[in-house]
Design a protein around this ligand. Structure first.
Ligand code: F6P
Length: 321
C-alpha cells in the first residue's frame, strides 16, 4: 500500500487528533503517503481530500475535536453513495482507509471493504457504546469533564440545600452516567440499561437521606432516559425539596484530552497503520482485558455488551447516606 486515507466520522471525541497524528507519522515513517478526508463520509463524497505531512499534525494532540472535521452522512448509507465513495478513493490513489468513529462509521468501512478498499476502524466516541472494546477514544476525557462539572453543581446544590438532577450524554448507553455516579457520589442513577427503575425508590432514598441529615441530593440521569426537567418537577412535588435540572450537553464532547485518551488513541492509530501495512482489511481495533487487539468488522458489529453489573451494584450501594 502506497497511499492511505484517514477520516473522522460521527460525533467528535477528544483524542481523535492524537489518533490522526499517530496515523500520519507512523505511515510516513513507513514510506506511505497520507491523505486526510475532511467531514467524514460527507466530505469524501464531495472529494474534500487534503495531503497530510508530519508537520500538518504538529501541536494537535492537546486539542479537543478533530482537525479533519466530522459529519454524519445519510447518503453514505446507500449502495450508490458507497460506490461513489470507493471510486473517489480510487481516483485519489487511496488504497487503504482508516475510519475513526462509532458503529455507524464502521458500517461504512465494512461496505468500502466489500468494494475493494482496505479499511480499518478505530473506536472513537465518548459514549463507550462499541461492543467489541472496553475503551473508546474520548470516553475518559468526557467522564472527567462531567465529573468536574458535577462537582461544581454540587457546590450550589449544597449551598441551597437542593436536589440536582444532572443529565449526562451517552445516547442509548449509561456508561458516562454510571462512572459519574460512582466518581461523584449521588442519591440515584437512571440509565437506559436499567430502564425499569422505580421512581418511588429514588424519592424514598432522597427522603430517607434527608431525614438522616443530608442537606443536598444529586441524581445522575442518562440522556437515554432524558426528560430531566420533568423529573425535577416530579421530585420537587414528591419530596418538597427544591429541585433543579442541569443538562451538561456538548461540554462533555470537547476539551483537552486526558493522558489516557492521548496515549490509547496514539496506540490505536499506529496499530491501524500496521494492520494496513500487513494487508489487513475490514478490521476494527479494540482494547480488551489490557491488550490492543483487532476483530473482523462483521464480527465486531454483531457483538453486544451491557454495563458492568458489579459496577452497577457498587453504584447502588453508594447511594446510602
Ligand atoms: O455520540 C456522542 C454523542 O454526544 C451522544 O452522547 C449524543 O447522543 C449525540 O452524540 C449527540 O449528537 P449531536 O452532537 O449531533 O447532537
Amino acid at each position: 500500500i502506497k497511499t492511505i486515507g484517514v477520516l473522522t466520522s460521527g460525533g467528535d471525541a477528544p483524542g481523535m487528533n492524537a489518533a490522526i497524528r499517530a496515523i500520519v507519522r507512523t505511515a510516513i515513517n513507513s514510506g506511505m503517503k497520507v491523505k486526510g478526508i475532511q467531514r467524514g463520509y460527507a466530505g469524501l463524497l464531495e472529494n474534500e481530500i487534503i495531503d497530510m505531512d508530519t508537520k500538518s499534525v504538529s501541536e494537535i494532540m492537546r486539542r479537543g475535536g478533530t482537525i479533519l472535521f466530522t459529519a454524519r452522512c445519510k447518503e453514505f448509507e446507500t449502495p450508490e453513495g458507497q460506490a461513489k465513495g470507493a471510486q473517489i478513493l480510487r481516483d485519489n490513489g487511496i488504497e487503504g482507509l482508516i475510519v475513526i468513529g462509532g458503529d455507524g462509521s464502521f458500517k461504512g468501512a465494512q461496505k468500502l471493504a466489500g468494494l475493494g478498499i482496505n479499511t480499518i476502524g478505530i473506536p472513537g466516541t465518548i459514549d463507550l457504546d462499541i461492543a467489541c472494546t472496553d475503551y473508546t477514544i474520548g470516553f475518559d476525557t468526557a467522564v472527567n469533564t462531567a465529573v468536574a462539572a458535577i462537582d461544581k453543581i454540587k457546590d450550589t446544590s449544597m449551598s441551597h440545600e437542593r436536589c440536582s438532577i444532572v443529565e449526562v450524554m451517552g445516547r442509548n448507553a449509561g456508561y458516562i452516567a454510571l462512572w459519574c455516579e460512582i466518581a461523584n457520589g449521588a442519591d440515584g442513577i437512571l440509565i437506559p440499561e436499567k430502564g425499569d427503575f422505580n421512581e418511588q425508590d429514588l424519592i424514598d432514598t432522597i427522603l430517607s437521606n434527608r431525614q438522616k441529615g443530608k442537606t443536598h441530593h444529586i441524581v445522575i440521569n442518562a440522556e437515554g432516559i432524558g426528560h430531566s426537567n420533568r423529573l425535577a418537577k416530579r421530585i420537587e412535588v414528591a419530596t418538597g425539596i427544591e429541585t433543579r435540572a442541569t443538562i451538561l450537553g456538548h461540554i462533555q464532547r470537547g476539551g483537552v484530552p486526558t493522558a489516557k485518551d492521548r496515549v490509547y488513541a496514539s496506540t490505536m492509530g499506529a496499530y491501524a497503520v500496521d494492520l494496513l501495512k500487513q494487508g489487513a482489511t475490514n478490521r476494527v481495533i479494540a482494547y480488551k482485558n489490557g491488550n490492543f487487539i483487532d476483530f473482523d468488522i462483521d464480527e465486531a458489529l454483531s457483538m453486544t455488551k451491557g454495563i458492568d453489573e458489579y459496577q452497577f451494584l457498587i453504584s447502588r450501594l453508594m447511594v446510602m447516606y
